[in-house]
Design a binder for this molecule. Structure first.
Ligand code: HEC
Length: 199
């Protein structure tokens, strides 16, 4: 148990240190990108879903590994990162990132992933148009999750941004990373859903 939560706790410490990841004191309207201590504890106590489909498993991993601390509970991003070139941590709208503009194409890719087919093996039987582009983007997303990425500085003379994309290669298998990709493909729309306050 201790070792299972050690990494998320370390992430939590970093995020708390960088602050603004948690909801402001009562009175300030909460926005979707803010975490609360209650949601953090709730997420970590969640048992792994039994016989989970790949999307459910990805959702569980997203919470269990603490991705939500930086990327927001729904992967919507918007958490501020001091002196970061993009100001706030990116939204994980993977359909957009994988250049899957048509919802039918997203479904076609998800269908393959749900059946346990590895996208790499589909080169000769492309499930969507311009599959080579999709595959290249998929590889780069996987690489970022596996190897991490430092957050670029906005002002080169300023301090290093406190929140960086950690590398997960040691604790997430290829199948875990695929589950996260499937979850983010299915769950995170390109834009803020209507009716949700922006940040
Ligand atoms: C400590 C904060 C933090 C945690 C925890 C974190 N990330 Fe990130 N992540 C970042 C930052 C910052 C970036 C942007 C880095 C950059 O600018 O290149 C990023 C980038 C990414 C990207 C690339 C997005 C893009 O637009 O290029 C993906 C995909 C991603 N993270 C997925 C995850 C997943 C999955 C997890 C959990 C297993 C996770 N992140 C946990 C901070 C974090």
């Amino acid at each position: 148990m201790i070792s299972r939560i050690a990494r998320p706790l370390a992430v939590l410490a970093t995020v708390l240190n960088a602050s603004s990841a948690f909801a402001q004191p009562p009175g300030t309207p909460a926005t979707a990108s803010q975490n609360t201590p209650q949601s953090v504890v709730k997420y970590w106590l969640e048992p792994a879903p039994a016989q989970a489909g790949v999307v459910e498993r990805g959702k569980w991993l997203f919470r269990q590994k603490g991705c939500f601390l930086c990327h927001g509970p729904e992967g919507q991003g918007g958490i501020s990162n001091r002196n970061y070139i993009k100001d706030t941590i990116p939204r994980l709208a993977l359909a957009t990132q994988l250049k899957l503009d048509d919802p039918e194409d997203v479904s076609a890719i998800l269908d393959q992933m749900k059946r346990g087919v590895r996208l790499d093996t589909l080169e000769d039987s492309a499930p969507v148009p311009r599959f080579n582009v999709v595959l290249a983007q998929y590889h780069s997303v996987r690489d970022v999750i596996r190897n991490g990425n430092p957050a670029g500085k906005k002002d080169p003379k300023g301090p290093k941004p406190p929140l960086n994309m950690p590398s997960w290669g040691r604790e997430l298998s290829d199948a875990d990373i695929d589950a996260l990709v499937a979850y983010l493909l299915s769950a995170v729309p390109a834009e803020e859903p209507r009716g949700t306050p922006g940040h």
